[in-house]
Design a protein around this ligand. Structure first.
Ligand code: NAD
Length: 271
């Protein structure tokens, strides 16, 4: 496992396991598999409705809490200072934990104009130590700039849609300029289309690796934190097996050339 260091000194595994769209019971099974394979970072969220299953898997693993890195996120209906504090307590309760490692605002939802107040609540949660680090997700140049101007604590992480079809060079640069780590969601482009790109199998053949492994390696070498999802045990293991090879510069460039500037998900400024 490779670690990166967040702006408050916390070490975060550069590769984690995402559980979006995984039903609660299945999440327990998949997280248990991931922990057995060696993952130590799990990315869940209130809206995924699987914090309980995730928490059960963490408890069942018997792993020391300090070896685990648990991320959850505040959902859009919980914006505002008081609601955010309540939402955070409820997430901790469902996870069965007394702290998380990272708590994120899931989407800024500019139309509600509440993310600055919400962030002040996260600043309090961080000051209390109930989230070791706090950060944001889906913040764009517009929303991140306002947050930085109007509040004190710089987010540790900005988790954004990022894969070879949408490589987010400008946003990665902006995050880095402020000491914010970029975490890639849907790092495999949700598997659709992207993993069938001939260039990925061509590069994979060179290293004896799959297209998914090539994409994950591209992320790691770009400096992104990645949280691929799978419920298939062989793929959970395959996605973790990316620390013993390195893409050459020309292969990094060839993967980067797949960028077409289009999102899979919603535009965060339009919500
Ligand atoms: P992903 O890019 O990780 O792709 C997952 C899909 O790719 C799987 O369902 C499967 O179909 C396929 N796949 C996975 N491993 C494979 C392999 N080795 N070979 C072939 N196909 C494979 O997509 P994701 O689940 O959207 O994103 C990952 C995580 O990011 C989520 O689980 C969640 O934790 C997080 N996320 C966050 C946000 C946000 O708004 N913050 C949004 C979406 C996802």
């Amino acid at each position: 496992m490779q670690y990166i260091t967040l702006n408050n000194g916390l070490r975060m595994p550069q590769l984690g396991f995402g559980v979006w769209q995984v039903p609660d019971d299945q999440a327990q099974v998949s997280v248990e598999t991931a922990l057995e394979v060696g993952y130590r970072s799990i990315d869940t969220a209130r809206i995924y409705a699987n914090e309980e299953g995730t928490g059960r898997a963490l408890a069942a693993s018997g792993l020391p809490r300090e070896e685990l890195f648990v991320t959850t996120k505040l959902w859009n209906g919980d914006h505002g200072a008081d609601s955010a504090l309540r939402a955070f307590d409820a997430s901790l309760e469902r996870l069965g934990l007394d702290h998380v490692d990272l708590y994120l605002i899931h989407w800024p939802v500019p139309s509600q104009d509440a993310y600055v107040d919400t962030w002040r609540a996260l600043e309090r949660i961080a000051a209390d130590g109930r989230a070791t680090a706090v950060g944001v997700s889906n913040f764009t140049e517009k929303t991140l700039t306002r947050l930085l101007e109007e509040t004190d604590l710089v987010p540790a992480v900005n988790q954004i849609e990022l894969h070879p079809y949408f490589s987010q060079e400008a946003m990665r640069g902006l995050n880095a300029a402020h000491g914010i780590r970029t975490e890639a969601w849907s790092p495999l482009g949700q598997g659709k289309g992207l993993l069938d790109e001939p260039v990925l199998s061509r590069i994979g053949a060179k290293y004896g690796r799959s297209a998914a492994q090539v994409v994950l390696r591209w992320h790691l070498q770009t400096g992104n934190v990645v949280i691929p999802k799978s419920v298939t045990p062989s793929r959970i293991a395959e996605n973790f097996d990316v620390f013993d090879f390195e893409l050459a510069a020309e292969d990094m460039d060839a993967v980067g050339a797949l960028d077409r500037g289009g999102r899979i998900g919603s535009d965060p400024d339009d919500m």
